[in-house]
Design a protein around this ligand. Structure first.
Ligand SMILES: Nc1ncnc2c1ncn2[C@@H]1O[C@H](COP(=O)(O)OP(=O)(O)OP(=O)(O)O)[C@@H](O)[C@H]1O
Length: 589
């Protein structure tokens, strides 16, 4: 599908939305108003839960903060609803920021549990603070006015609601296809992956959290002025769960899915209310909830990917447009060959009583390939994690390019020019090859959240795109930039990881068992690639198991066993070293 066709479909959808008040009944229009209001919350949830993987059970509380803020501003203090909007957005995003700062370092279900806790707490406050009307709420909320026109009727506020929905879709879509959005989409791959790309994972989580609260705040504002009344019930935990269902039913990670999910849940609930009493005599509200729950479980079993991803499988994929050529991204100055680039001195790491790395010292010099080898459990991976900042040192000192990196975070070390690959490949399988490699350009680019959302980043995006394409061609994957990374063979995925690392323009490339799981021919191709990178003066540190691969490739070798360095030298000397033969190389020496 061409981009022009996608624009045509979008235009047709917008026209349909615009025509609705002329053809639909007042009741249907009211339903559409609520679908629009719920869609805004679900769009936020798609960003924070579907895309970044933070399952939030507290979104209804954010809606409530803005709703109460505008009700207090307008009904209790007589100010304009537009002031209520500004206050609601600022308050909601500030609360989201504070809660994010307090909770986003929690992992997995602990983080989700914390969202339940603060969601309940905020809803409790709504019901118990006297100046917010306690359980009676605040009534007589005035309608929104645009100039002298009061948006009293359903059809009048309808246009405002759906204008916000369209704006939220466009901004969210732009954001997800920008530098920050790509980082958000990578969070599901784990903090280690994200930080290895030079991204501060916590900061991106916090941005996602606040960004998700923003449409929730707008939704709360619209809700208060549509209902003309606020009370605690619509902002309780049960509604948060419903919002999550909307985001899930539409499809994780799909912005349009948020609207589909909001429509589906709203219409389904409405139909159950209408038809269940006809099927089951005397059916009450509780039975409606049971019927809804049963249908949701059925959905989880049959189509848990959601409606939009399911339908998308049968649609032609959009034909990508190659951005125009742009200025090259800035490059680092590579150190003179032979200078000491990485210096590990008396490095030690203990896990309880176990000394995994015991006073190991070695250096890596610019322009060489250094192999770090050793039998299983020797401490190689631990050493690798210490060098890249994924683990903290128990003792010793590591310096990179003349500066100590002790105590520095993983993303800071990555930003200073250390790029890595993983023993178990860490790519984003649902992202294209070019997007995966563009992730590597993160430390070399600057576009922030606002510029990304408003698409003010075209020049830098083009530069990042062409840098990624250059790196794909450099490693031999340039012929299919729009293929999904998950469709590649393991060998190609490993090479793709190297392309992503190269896109960071590193001073030191650190490879964790790059030959693991590769076929013989793939290993030879990988060795060729690494040789060609060395000939371009790139420095490489290789942690590897495969002796044949290492011996024929590297300039020097450091051998570890039981956490200690037992030998260091050129491959020939290492191969003949009795300690090494005893520890590891007996079979191949
Ligand atoms: N997080 C951890 N907690 C406790 N012990 C650990 C941890 N990580 C590693 N170890 C232990 O430290 C020692 C060194 O492990 P490490 O994974 O660094 O070795 P390796 O040389 O990379 O081995 P392999 O080649 O099998 O990956 C092992 O005894 C391992 O069990």
């Amino acid at each position: 599908m061409k981009k022009s066709q996608i624009y045509l479909i979008a235009l047709a959808a917008v026209l349909c939305v615009a025509a609705a008040p002329f053809v639909l009944s007042a009741f249907s229009l009211t339903l559409l108003n609520f679908i629009g209001i719920y869609s805004l919350v679900a769009i936020g949830l798609v960003l924070v839960t579907g895309v970044t993987g933070i399952v939030s059970f507290g979104q209804a509380a954010f809606v409530g903060i803005a709703a109460y803020a505008t009700a207090w501003t307008t009904a209790l203090n007589g100010y304009s609803p537009w002031l209520g909007l500004i206050l609601g957005v600022i308050l909601t995003c500030s609360v989201a920021g504070l809660l994010g700062l307090a909770t986003l370092r929690l992992k997995g279900h602990f983080l989700s549990l914390s969202t339940i806790a603060w969601g309940l707490a905020i809803a409790y406050l709504f019901g118990n603070v006297p100046w917010l009307g306690q359980h009676n709420g605040i009534s007589s909320v005035p309608p929104i006015s645009i100039g002298s026109v009061k948006l009293m009727e359903s059809w009048q506020i309808y246009y405002l609601i759906w204008a916000f929905v369209v704006a939220a879709v466009v901004l969210a879509y732009n954001l997800l296809n920008s530098r920050v959005g790509r980082a958000m989409r990578t969070l599901r791959g784990g903090d280690t992956l994200v930080e290895s790309l030079g991204v501060n994972a916590f900061r991106i989580k916090l941005i996602s959290f606040i960004v998700a609260a923003l449409p929730a705040a707008v939704s709360g504002w619209l809700y208060a002025h549509l209902s003309r009344f606020v009370s605690p019930v619509p902002f309780e935990a049960g509604m948060s769960i419903e919002y999550l269902m909307m985001a899930m039913i539409g499809g994780h990670g799909s912005i349009i899915g948020a609207i589909v999910g909001a429509s589906f849940v709203t219409l389904l609930k409405n139909s159950i209310q209408d038809y269940l009493p006809l099927l089951v005599k005397g059916a009450s509200g509780q039975l409606e909830i049971v019927a809804f729950a049963a249908l949701f479980i059925l959905f989880l079993q049959r189509a848990r990917q959601g409606v939009v991803p399911y339908v998308r499988r049968y649609l032609p994929r959009p034909i990508p447009v190659t951005p125009p050529k742009a200025a090259e991204l800035p490059r680092r100055i590579q150190p003179a060959p032979g200078t000491v680039l990485l210096d590990a001195s008396q490095v030690e790491r203990r896990f309880g009583g176990l000394v995994a790395v015991n006073q190991v010292s070695f250096d890596v010099r610019a322009g060489e390939i250094l192999g770090l080898i050793g039998p299983n459990g020797a401490g190689k991976t631990t050493m690798f994690n210490l060098l890249t900042g994924a683990l903290k040192l128990s003792a010793g000192e590591i310096s990179f390019a003349g500066k100590s990196v002790n105590g520095r975070r993983q993303y800071q070390i990555a930003q200073s020019g250390v790029a890595r690959t993983f023993q178990h490949v860490k790519l984003r399988p649902q992202m294209t090859l070019i997007e995966n490699v563009m992730l590597g350009t993160y430390p070399r680019t600057k576009t922030g959240f606002f510029r990304g959302a408003f698409k003010l980043n075209s020049a830098e995006e083009s530069s990042a795109y062409h840098e990624a394409l250059f790196q794909l061609r450099r490693v031999g994957l340039g012929d299919k930039p729009y293929e999904l990374a998950g469709n590649l063979s393991l060998g190609s995925q490993r090479v793709l990881e190297i392309a992503r690392a190269l896109a960071a323009d590193p001073i030191l490339l650190v490879l964790d068992e790059p030959a693991a799981g590769l076929r013989r021919q793939e290993k030879q191709q990988l060795a060729e690639l690494l040789r060609s990178l060395r000939s371009e003066n790139l420095t490489i540190l290789l942690v590897e198991h495969d002796m044949e691969f290492v011996m024929g490739l590297v300039d020097r070798i450091v051998v570890m066993d039981f956490g200690s360095k037992i030998c260091e030298g050129v491959p020939k000397d290492v191969r003949n070293d009795a300690r090494v033969q005893e520890a590891y190389l007996g079979a191949v020496a």
